[in-house]
Design a protein around this ligand. Structure first.
Ligand SMILES: NC(=O)c1ccc[n+]([C@@H]2O[C@H](COP(=O)([O-])OP(=O)(O)OC[C@H]3O[C@@H](n4cnc5c(N)ncnc54)[C@H](O)[C@@H]3O)[C@@H](O)[C@H]2O)c1
Length: 411
């Protein structure tokens, strides 16, 4: 598999970098069909269309067919363009990353730069992000990369943007909980979301900054104060919990990664992270000990990384990977794909809590439906864990709401 992937990729790179007038380019584009041609700039996902194994690593099985179809359609369009000697163009979505110079921001920017659905990538940070943008801009993928540094450039970084991803803030150090980050990150998220409300109120907003259980409610309050809150477009990114659950279950049960899909509900901190192992696909049986061990490992996986990094931060690479998957899913939904499902922490009526992570169906206007079926027929262990997480999640949500309401902003 590795040989196939590597050779396909290197051929694609040669093809994709040549100008239309270059005879080598013409020859290569004649040699390869449209789906192969797309591989020249879709990077990870391109390789993933070669074998099912690698597809699973980015999107999971359910997304695979739809993604492959959408790639093929895009590739066909692009092939038509190259036949007419026009350089390949991506779909016209603009993505902004706020906190783009950071541990998550940089690899996330790289992964988003590889998406065929992105035409423009805006990188914003209070730290100098020029170097990151210059570096990325040399990658021969179509997305144009622009840098924006400091508050004075924040508004421009958001103009016309379809998806805003927010990993700005401080990460945990050993011994810290996600809630310990509240005092710093709450203000950062509040200020950034105010700018989003002023400059791209229609955009999908992906909140990565912790504590997600509080920063999402903060963002909702800010958007309400600005009169532009659309609950369907505000997302707490919990994809990493799903990615981890899929990985750990596949390892434990010796399953192919492509096959594994575990919904994770609740929130994104400690016991509020509740993997529903009874709903795992494929259906596998676990002993009580395995359920306990896997659940606790998934809940503490972030801490595992924080401790291994010993003061140098929290999960960045796996987080970037997970966030890129969520961005890609959002872009596919915006592009009209009718078959996009992800777990996310969103405004919800599935429980008595106002925000709750569950699987959601994504569409052009954001959340189209919350999947209530995952909450039916829970095991006794899961039902108890669900009840146990509610007080902590409620407290975190209320803390966020209270913070945002304490100093309401002028519209
Ligand atoms: N949702 C998740 O699953 C998940 C997983 C891991 C980490 N996180 C969170 O993501 C956040 C970022 O983590 P990281 O490892 O990238 O941290 P980092 O310190 O490496 O990077 C953060 C970046 O944010 C920038 N920044 C700070 N204030 C800003 C502001 N007002 N405007 C714009 N940029 C600003 C910093 O300059 C820095 O470049 C943390 O809050 C962390 O807890 C979330």
């Amino acid at each position: 598999m590795a040989v196939t992937t590597a050779s396909t990729f290197s051929i694609g790179l040669v093809a994709g970098t040549q100008a239309c007038t270059d005879s080598k380019f013409k020859t290569l584009s004649m040699k390869f069909n449209s789906a192969n041609y797309l591989k020249s700039f879709s990077g990870l996902k391109a390789a993933t269309s070669v074998t099912c194994e690698s597809v699973s690593s980015f999107l999971g099985k359910e997304s695979t067919t739809a993604l492959r179809d959408s790639f093929t359609q895009i590739a066909q369009k692009q092939n038509e363009r190259t036949d007419n000697c026009v350089r390949p163009q991506a779909s016209a979505f603009k993505v902004a990353i706020l906190g783009a110079a950071g541990g998550i921001g940089q690899p996330l920017a790289l992964l988003i730069k590889m998406s065929p659905l992105v035409s423009t990538l805006h990188l914003y940070d209070i730290a100098n992000v020029k170097g990151v943008a210059a570096d990325l801009s040399h990658c021969n993928t179509p997305a144009q990369v622009l840098d924006f540094t400091g508050n004075a450039e924040l508004a421009n970084s958001l103009k016309g943007v379809d998806v805003v991803v927010i990993p700005a803030g401080v990460p945990r150090k050993p011994g810290m909980t996600r809630d310990d980050l509240f005092n710093i990150n709450a203000n950062i998220v509040k200020n950034l979301v105010q700018a989003v409300a002023d400059n791209c109120p229609e955009a999908f907003i992906h909140i990565i900054s912790n504590p997600v259980n509080s920063t999402v409610p903060i963002a909702a309050e800010v958007l309400k104060q600005k009169g532009v809150y659309d609950p369907k477009k505000l997302f707490g990114v919990t994809t990493l919990d799903v990615v981890r659950a899929n990985t750990f279950v596949a390892q434990k049960k010796s399953l192919k990664l492509i096959d594994v899909d575990v919904p994770v509900i609740g929130g994104h901190a400690g016991i509020t992270i509740l993997p529903l192992l009874s709903k795992a696909k494929p259906s596998v049986s676990f002993t009580d000990e395995e359920v306990e061990e896997l659940t606790v490992r998934i809940q503490n996986a972030g801490t595992e990384v924080v401790e291994a990094k010993a003061g140098a931060g929290s999960a960045t690479l796996s987080m970037a990977y997970a966030a890129a998957r969520f961005v890609e899913s959002s872009l596919r939904a915006l592009d009209g794909d009718a078959d996009v499902y992800e777990c996310s922490f969103v405004q919800s009526d599935l429980t008595e809590l106002p925000f709750f992570a569950s699987r959601v169906k994504l569409g052009k206007k954001g959340v189209e439906a919350l999947l209530s079926s995952d909450l039916q027929g829970l095991t006794e262990y899961e039902a108890k864990a669900l009840e146990a997480l509610k007080p902590e999640l409620k407290e975190s949500i209320e803390k966020g709401v209270a913070f945002a309401q304490k100093e309401p902003q002028s519209a």
